[in-house]
Write a protein that binds this ligand. Structure first.
Ligand SMILES: [Ca+2]
Ligand SMILES: [Ca+2]
Ligand SMILES: [Ca+2]
Ligand SMILES: [Ca+2]
Length: 270
């Protein structure tokens, strides 16, 4: 190796060391600023913290909405409980017991519900009047699992399905609207046990009532916000209990109709 070449290499080494030392001396604050910016972006987007994460099976054969649970996919899916008392006094097994299953196809979510309720009560015949005070199943769907406020928006839906099959939620004008074309159902009641089957066409936050809206095509690995509840009334002026599927921290438990952060997270698997 010539002396010239050795000198050149030493010179290059010095330059490299110089560049490295400059990088090291960058003030720490630059790094911190970048971190702060990231956190701000996260807060702006209101990222939901996934909880009650459950995998949901795909149905090859679509369950028949006949109020009978003999479809092949219902035998494969597992039961989950309505086991969270969101409103009302403690209740007995005779008063209420409920469990449910969820499966999916690209076109819809399917929910099977088995409810034991001693009295089925429908005091408000007008579906748009005090719908939450009659016995009803409430299904919460957040298509993009965004979480966040949805009280008067379509960021998420809280479908109240009444005993007569009418489906109600609030729209952006704070008025109740029938969403019977989003949720189809069939209920068969024997004694105090009702079996309900639901087909839920999923719409995302671009949904506009009265316009032409494309339903969401569901895909493998997709996450959705999901919760379900039952409003139990056995003859009182107002509902006696509101029993949900997901734990809600804090004193106020009646938050499902306002904030999609409390929904659990389902993941669609094949
Ligand atoms: Ca069926
Ligand atoms: Ca009851
Ligand atoms: Ca959403
Ligand atoms: Ca009841």
């Amino acid at each position: 190796m010539s002396l010239n070449l050795i000198m050149k290499r030493i010179f290059l080494l010095f330059i490299l060391l110089f560049i490295l030392s400059c990088k090291k001396n960058l003030p720490n604050s630059t790094k911190d600023e970048l971190a702060v910016l990231d956190q701000k972006d996260l807060r702006k987007q209101n990222v939901k913290i996934d909880h009650q994460i459950r995998k949901v099976k795909k149905a090859v054969i679509v369950p028949k909405l006949d109020g009978k649970m003999d479809d092949p996919i219902w035998k494969e899916a597992i039961w989950y409980g309505f086991d969270q008392r969101w409103l009302g006094a403690p209740y007995t097994f005779n008063d209420f017991f409920g469990r449910y299953k969820v499966v999916w196809t690209p076109e819809a979510l399917y929910v099977l519900v088995e409810i034991k309720d001693d009295v089925l009560f429908d005091q408000n015949k007008d579906p748009l009047s005090l719908w939450w005070d009659d016995d009803c199943v409430e299904i919460f769907i957040d298509a993009d699992n965004s979480g966040g406020d949805h009280q008067y928006s379509n960021n998420a839906f809280a479908y109240h399905v009444a005993l007569d099959g009418n489906v109600v939620d609030l729209d952006k004008h704070k008025k109740p609207v029938l969403y019977n074309n989003h949720v189809s159902s069939k209920r068969i009641t024997n004694g105090d046990v009702s079996v309900w089957e639901f087909e839920i066409i999923v719409y995302d936050d671009t949904y506009e009532e009265g316009k032409v809206n494309d339903p969401m095509i569901l895909k493998k690995d997709q996450k959705l916000g999901f919760a379900i509840a039952y409003n139990d009334n056995d003859g009182s002026k107002e509902r006696e209990n509101f029993i949900g599927s997901v734990f809600i921290p804090g004193e106020e438990k009646n938050l499902g109709w306002i904030n999609a952060d409390i929904f659990g997270t389902i993941i669609l698997e094949e």
